[in-house]
Ligand binder design. Structure first.
Ligand code: 4NP
Length: 155
């Protein structure tokens, strides 16, 4: 059986979704789970860029290296390639559902925290804000990731 796959999506693909990719992959590796994780942005503003230095720093402080990731934009093919596509906030999910409407893809879409069973809440955009914002985002993602992993593996 092929690996289950999940794509994490935010606006820029430099702050929240690269952290989600790295933290989720870390939990999956600890669990010995055969899953694939990737991330993308609804915008094309940061294509080819590494994650924001504050996202890299908070990940590194928890032993997770996300420095080799590069920004990309979500594309119609993603709806055929992934089992699950999770937006970090409600605006991301709306953008994903608009894009999905024009594809024949099979991917399920959802809101990151809601899919984790943690409520219909956004992971707040930390871009341009204080370091504390990145720490808050890390903690939300770190809490949600094992729950998302468990649900993905149940599918
Ligand atoms: P992200 O944060 O969506 O978590 O990657 C942002 C990064 C860049 C911008 C907005 C949000 N921007 O406006 O360039």
């Amino acid at each position: 059986m092929s690996a289950k796959s999940v794509l994490f999506v935010c606006l820029g693909n430099i702050c929240r979704s690269p952290l989600a990719e790295g933290v989720f992959a870390h939990h999956a590796a600890l669990a010995g789970a055969d899953v694939e994780a990737d991330s993308a942005g609804t915008s094309g503003w940061h294509i080819g860029e590494p994650p924001h230095r504050s996202s890299q720093a908070i990940a590194r402080s928890h032993g997770i290296d996300i420095s080799r990731q590069r920004g990309r934009q979500v594309c119609p093919e993603d709806f055929s390639s992934f089992d699950l596509i999770l937006g970090m906030d409600a605006a991301n999910v709306r953008a994903l559902d608009e894009l999905a409407a024009g594809t024949a893809g099979r991917a399920q879409t959802g809101l990151f925290m809601e899919y984790a069973g943690l409520g219909r809440i956004d992971v707040p955009d930390p871009w341009g804000g204080a370091e504390a914002g990145y720490s808050e985002v890390f903690d939300m993602i770190d809490t949600a990731s094992p729950r998302i992993l468990a649900r993905l593996l149940e599918r």
